[in-house]
Design a protein around this ligand. Structure first.
Ligand SMILES: Cc1cc2nc3c(=O)[nH]c(=O)nc-3n(C[C@H](O)[C@H](O)[C@H](O)COP(=O)(O)OP(=O)(O)OC[C@H]3O[C@@H](n4cnc5c(N)ncnc54)[C@H](O)[C@@H]3O)c2cc1C
Length: 436
């Protein structure tokens, strides 16, 4: 099998033989979570820790901003930022990352003339440090994919799917096309429809929201001042996420707008003018009016949690393990927490001269990460179900609940820190600490 391997000059490609190759870990899926995992193993694993990344798509398109996620933006939590900083990537991202200074949450009806804010959070986690940032896909993914090409012991095979794998006592045999290679551990980072998860016989619990998330960048007529707005509407949450300005528009925001599935497609097919009218109907009046300033895309939304995050010589990370509603912008952040925890366990186990693909090491990973993944998925699910309807009694109750939280500052601090990923058993790399 001939695989495509990036060389260090970025973009140039050389051919690598996979047949008979032996790796420490093989990662299936070159999304953001899989690629950050590869970079962590390369930087924090032992000197010659060999990592294979198998991606069925085309990563060059991703790092040049032409990939399937073009136009998207992410809320990046402080703990994810620290991890990226430990990889030396944050410096390149920082100029494009808008700190969230404040968050307004409202459940008010669209025809309410005042659209009162029910709950307001400051966005800091102490000492003026932002709890989260909003960054567009190209500025987040670009440095990650470029670093991947420069990794010393990373082999990246693009346009390469896995045909199958078989776990043995000391390694896992992986079939890629006509070639067979080996790894100590196979990591499934291959998204919600994970082939690795399915082949490992891991069942899931899932439910479809019959909602799509519409994503688009807009130009604002007034400055956003770093404020994010979450407006719970009957069809689903409508989020306004502040962006750093660019050459064309000083005041920009990214919208993540959950809408009934059929309607989301119809909205995306509207002319710019008609689409803007729909957006302006839903927009926070205090932020003025909006103009579309980027491509529109819509993504199906569903809940999914894997019954187990591990199998024989297999670990699942990111959306392969858990798919959460994007209403709090946490999916990728939870995936990066999986990465930091798994890397810590693998590196520590290897340093002790033990088998990091063995059940005992994988059980540690599962114990550490599954509770957080499952709780986050169900918490977002509950919030989405509670808020995505127009029942008067529920509306009253929600308003009461939001206003109650608004009056309890320690509770608000807890929620901000939770979203920043700094509460609980935070992996070392996310605390800015070196491994070992
Ligand atoms: C509308 C929306 C808004 C969101 N906003 C946020 C946010 O603000 N903050 C946040 O943290 N999260 C957010 N998320 C969630 C976030 O996008 C995901 O959690 C994250 O992208 C998952 O990354 P991943 O690498 O695990 O999976 P994916 O991005 O799905 O990557 C999986 C990769 O595996 C590859 N692959 C699949 N099968 C195979 C195979 N058999 N062989 C080889 N390769 C394979 C795919 O081509 C893909 O490249 C949002 C999601 C949506 C839908």
């Amino acid at each position: 099998m001939l695989a495509v391997k990036r060389d260090k000059t970025d973009g140039l490609q050389a051919q690598t033989e996979l047949e008979g190759a032996v790796f420490d870990v093989a990662i299936v899926g070159g999304g953001l979570v899989g690629c950050v995992a590869a970079l962590c193993f390369d930087k924090f694993g032992a000197d010659d820790f060999k990592t294979l990344v198998l991606e069925r798509g085309d990563l060059l398109n991703e790092d040049r901003g032409f990939g399937r996620n073009r136009g998207r933006a992410y809320a990046l939590s402080e703990s994810s930022r620290v991890l990226l900083d430990m990889l030396g990537l944050w410096e390149a991202m920082a100029p494009f990352a808008q700190p969230i200074v404040e968050i307004d949450i409202t459940d008010s009806a669209l025809d309410s003339p005042l659209r009162p804010v029910f709950l307001n959070f400051h966005g800091e986690i102490g000492m003026g440090k932002p709890g989260a940032y909003i960054i567009e896909h190209e500025h987040l993914a670009g440095p990650i994919y470029r670093a991947l090409g420069a990794g010393d012991y990373i082999t990246v095979c693009e346009r390469s799917g896995v045909q199958g794998f078989e776990a043995g006592p000391a390694h896992v045999d992986i079939t890629v096309g006509a070639a067979r290679c080996q790894a100590g551990l196979l990591i499934g980072a291959d998204g919600r429809g994970s082939f690795v998860r399915e082949q490992a016989g891991i069942q899931t619990q899932s439910s479809d929201y019959d909602q799509d998330g519409i994503v688009v960048s807009v130009a604002l007529s007034r400055p956003h001042e770093g404020k994010a707005v979450q407006h719970f509407l009957p069809a689903g949450p409508f989020a306004i996420l502040p962006l750093v300005g660019d050459d064309a528009h000083e005041n920009r925001a990214s919208l993540v707008w959950s809408e009934k599935r059929g309607l989301a497609g119809d909205m995306c097919a509207l002319s710019d003018e008609a689409f803007e009218q729909e957006v302006n109907k839903r927009f926070a009046p205090k932020l003025g009016t909006v103009k579309v300033a980027g491509p529109r895309a819509h993504f199906p939304l569903s809940l999914m949690v894997a019954h187990s995050f591990i199998g024989p010589r297999v670990a699942l990370i990111g959306d392969a393990a858990h798919g959460v509603h994007p209403l709090a912008g946490q999916g990728m952040n939870i995936g990066l927490r999986d990465v930091a925890a798994l890397v810590e366990i693998v590196v520590e186990t290897k340093r002790l001269g033990l088998d990091f693909g063995a059940q005992i090491a994988l059980e540690r990973y599962q114990q550490w990460r599954r509770f957080d993944g499952v709780m986050s998925a169900f918490a977002m699910d509950g919030l989405n179900r509670l808020f995505s309807n127009d029942q008067p009694l529920l509306r009253e109750l929600r308003g009461f609940g939001l206003r109650l939280v608004d009056r309890v500052p320690p509770l608000k601090d807890f929620f901000v820190k939770e979203a920043a990923g700094v509460n609980g058993d935070v992996p070392l790399l996310m605390q800015g600490k070196w491994l070992g």
